[in-house]
Design a protein around this ligand. Structure first.
Ligand SMILES: Nc1ncnc2c1ncn2[C@@H]1O[C@H](COP(=O)(O)OP(=O)(O)OP(=O)(O)O)[C@@H](O)[C@H]1O
Ligand SMILES: [Mg+2]
Length: 247
């Protein structure tokens, strides 16, 4: 059966997300946050460390229901989530870690293909503790892709990778995202990466976070060469000196 996926624009509205510590202390991570996400678009979130980005993704993923607001996703949305830390099951091989969450129509051949593309083909029979952090992150990325999600949520997916590998995986992400109707939300601290990938680039305020600005990156992706990315970057730096990282 063909899945409906995310067929129309949806709104993430978080009026308040406050953590209550064991001692009763309160910490408000998100306040008055409103963001529209178009179907089959790539939204990139940038904001200072600790502002509430992971908190936000966990809410959108449905992993944290303790907030005031609403995430207007269709109820049957299939979500693929890559956490900031790889979170692989240590008692399962790499292959099993991927197979366990893979979509029903994800074949053994698809798995071999994907493993090759992310550079973990030799690692499939191994256990997570045998992997470097960079390799474990690639497995986590493959696992998120293998779910064939309607909504793909990626929390700093390309950190701790060398630049060449990161660049290859960014292009792979674009291929996967374009191959079937996928809506994606990605968190990064890397401005050039954000400009390369985004349809809409969202700048976030320090904690409690909210949307400071939404920038549409209108240049077609095929034209986003290093020079063009530098020019967009310079423009954003000039317009958002306090909000836009120079990395
Ligand atoms: N389970 C929790 N209980 C209490 N406070 C929490 C919890 N999780 C996160 N926080 C706090 O909420 C705030 C936002 O955390 P979050 O992890 O969402 O930030 P982030 O934007 O993802 O940061 P980074 O860029 O460093 O990953 C931080 O002050 C953090 O200490
Ligand atoms: Mg985080």
């Amino acid at each position: 059966m063909q899945r409906a996926g995310v067929t129309s624009q949806f709104e993430i509205r978080i009026e308040d997300k406050t953590y209550v510590g064991a001692d009763g202390s309160k910490l408000t991570a998100i306040s008055e946050f409103v963001l529209d996400v178009a179907p089959e678009s790539m939204t990139v979130l940038m904001g200072p460390s600790g502002c509430g980005k992971t908190t936000l993704l966990r809410i959108v993923a449905g992993l944290d229901g303790r907030y005031r607001g609403d995430v207007g996703l269709p109820p049957d949305t299939r979500i693929g989530l890559m956490f900031q830390e790889p979170r692989l099951l240590p008692w399962r091989t790499v292959r099993q870690n991927i197979e366990l969450v893979a979509a029903p129509d994800f074949s053994a051949k698809d798995l071999e293909h994907l493993a090759q593309a992310v550079g973990i083909a030799d690692m499939l029979p191994r256990y997570p503790q045998e992997l470097s952090l960079g390799l474990a992150r690639r497995v986590a990325l493959a696992r998120a892709f293998a779910t064939k999600p309607d909504l793909l949520l990626l929390d700093e997916p390309f950190v701790s990778l060398d630049e060449r590998t990161a660049d290859r995986l960014r292009r792979l992400l674009l291929d996967v995202w374009q191959a079937r109707p996928t809506t994606a939300i990605l968190v990064t601290h890397n401005a050039r990466e954000a400009i390369l990938l985004a349809d809409q680039l969202v700048l976030l305020a320090p904690r409690p976070t909210r949307v400071v600005a939404v920038e549409t990156i209108a240049v077609p992706r095929a034209e986003r060469d290093p020079k063009t990315i530098d020019a967009i970057h310079a423009d954003l730096l000039a317009r958002y000196p306090g909000n836009f990282s120079s990395r």
